[in-house]
Design a protein around this ligand. Sequence first.
Ligand SMILES: *Cc1c(COP(=O)(O)O)cnc(C)c1O
Length: 398
Amino acid sequence: MISRLKPNLSIREIISASCFWKKDSVELFEKNFAELMQAKYALAFPYGRTALVLGLEALGISKKEIICPAYTCVVVAHAIMTSDNMPVFVDSEFDSFNMDWHLVEAAINENTGAIIATSIFGYPVDLDAIKYIKKKYPHIKIIQDCAHSFSAEWGKEPVQNIGDFAIYGLNISKIMTSIFGGMVTTNDEELYKRLLEIRNKKLNRTLLKPIKRWLYLIMVFFAFNRTIYGLVNKCERLGILNKYVKYYDESKIDMPADYLKLLSSVEARVGIIQCKKYQKIIAHKKEIAGYYYQYLKQISEIILPKQNEGATYSHFVIQTSQAKEIIKYFLKHKIQLGSLIDYHIPSMKTYENARYLSNNLSEKWPDKVINLPIHSHVTLSDVQKIVSYLEAYYDKNI
Ligand SMILES: *Cc1c(COP(=O)(O)O)cnc(C)c1O
């Protein structure tokens, strides 16, 4: 079965994760990650969400409005609420999934604390727009949400270093992984020191976490095996794996129970190896995206995202009117497609009272988006197979 996602894990990660006696793995991971992202400092966290909550605290932002995309991962909104701030949602641009910067400017008022600039699906945010906002409103902080993009480039400039700090998510569905985990990078020494102090004060270690994470790694390593993934997928659909795969709860603002437990060294050792693989992972994603663009052009029922040289393609997202049916049709043919992001935060009950600047665009996407597999194990022949099933699907429908 072709899975919608699959972490790039080999026996190297398993062996390294198993070296329980090794010290300083977290510091080494931070050092390697900072180098990879061309930033001066990196600090590790248990989740990207935790990084955002504590990063806002380190900036001294509290009881403020935080401008963020309406079309992003809901955990971002939950983190903003947890930090004792309020999200203000902004719709996307017409020709990309990223936030519309005209609406961002319209959303700014005297209570705006920060803007979360998100490169959704790996499509780089508009750095020219950010620089314009920065100049006109110097007191507003810019936080780069690089959970999907890592080092996407706008022109030739990497997005993550334009702003006060950047956050990254490192769970197994992200571009690279440390099992779970999150990271902050920044070039601001003062901010780095404050954040380190806050982390030392608020986060603590638990004895069981390294063992739990190690077991989870072993489980994941086998679960994504191509022959047994069909069974895993069946269990997932039956809800048997909810404990392991359920990412958030739509109906309430909540954070994982262990969001204030330090990243374990088991996770850091996996992250260290993933840093070495990063360039290769991205190169492969770009290659597969290129094939999709090339072969999908001829299918008129599909809307492709605008092609962008600097994108890192955490997901390859197409839009069509029959998303749910297509996902079902593919499952019958042993190909799992994804449906991220299949919700719209301002339409959720939890956030219905939040301020939202709309273009009438992103509320339509939940029923339209499909993510095509673009992970490290996807081959050209997988792409051709996926494209031919799409063609067959539309032919049958005419
Ligand atoms: C994954 C993700 C995060 C952070 O996720 P964690 O699960 O908290 O590590 C933040 N923003 C976006 C857009 C994401 O997809």
